[in-house]
Design a protein around this ligand. Structure first.
Ligand code: RET
Length: 270
């Protein structure tokens, strides 16, 4: 439930976090586009998809930011006051869900592309993962906007079923793929696996915060903070790790590419 009132501290916390997420998404997207020539052509699509994910998120965070500013107002002078819900406007929790509906499948595509698995395996993985991710998000939304705790519990639990299925498929496949990767890349893929589980795990925890008995406004702020930080980890940091994997794989696949890069580095040094 959206709180009736926010203290100045609560308002500032959400405001500043939303601003941080916009900056992180926007500039990670720019970096990933600019970094294209630094990897072999076969890995460029993964970087591009990652940049698109961050770009879509930046767009949604602009909308979330505006919605937040419209939804809460104060008449205190000098910005030290209490914020109340504005008449005629309300904070739209739906932007996050439409964002995830687009970005979660793309994050999965990114992963499958960068691992450069066999075509058939790629297709079979995506056929299982993408419908499951859409189901997870579609089932989470009614719980997110429900005014009753019971409904939040029920949809939260239903959404957890496809969530656990996705984690299971990814865990099994990522573990299998590790043996087939060049040694230099294995370590980074293990890190990616940890990041994926740690960051995706934050979303259901943030969803649960309002059910854990915190005061209404604190719980809501905690939830916004959880989703915002998780979005930085699951999109930006994840994109940067994908870039690292793509670069290490480029070196491993083509020694000439590595040498050409060294040449450039020397060129710059002299
Ligand atoms: C919900 C509802 C409660 C139960 C579960 C959820 C999981 C959400 C997840 C979202 C991941 C989003 C990502 C976005 C990045 O772009 C819907 C909160 C399990 C896992 C990775």
């Amino acid at each position: 439930m959206i709180p009736e009132q926010l203290t100045q501290g609560q308002y500032d916390t959400v405001y500043n976090l939303l601003s941080l997420v916009i900056a992180a998404q926007l500039f990670t997207a720019l970096f990933l586009v600019a970094a294209q020539p630094r990897v072999l052509p076969r890995y460029r699509q993964a970087l591009l998809v990652s940049a698109v994910v961050c770009g879509i998120a930046a767009y949604h965070y602009f909308r979330i930011f505006d919605s937040f500013r419209d939804a809460f107002v104060t008449d205190a002078v000098g910005g030290r006051g209490t914020y109340t819900q504005a008449p005629g406007a309300s904070f739209n929790e739906g932007y996050r869900y439409v964002d995830w509906l687009l970005t979660v499948p793309l994050l999965l595509v990114e992963l499958v592309v960068v691992l450069a698995l066999a075509r058939k395996l790629q297709a079979s993985l995506l056929w299982r993962l993408i419908p499951a991710s859409a189901l997870m998000i579609a089932l989470g939304y009614p719980g997110e906007v429900a005014s009753s705790d019971a409904v939040r519990h029920v949809f939260g639990l239903l959404s957890t079923i496809p969530f656990l299925y996705i984690l299971y498929v990814l865990f099994v496949e990522l573990t299998k793929s590790l043996d087939r990767q060049p040694p230099a890349v294995r370590d980074t893929i293990s890190k990616l696996r940890i990041l994926l589980f740690a960051s995706w795990g934050v979303y259901p925890i943030a969803y649960l915060v309002p059910l854990l008995g915190f005061d209404g406004a604190d719980a809501w702020v905690g939830k916004q903070a959880g989703y915002s930080i998780a979005d930085i980890l699951a999109k930006c940091l994840y994109g940067l790790l994908i870039y690292r994997i793509a670069r290490l794989k480029s070196f491993a696949d083509d020694p000439a590419f590595a040498e050409a890069e060294e040449g450039t580095a020397e060129g710059h040094a002299s």
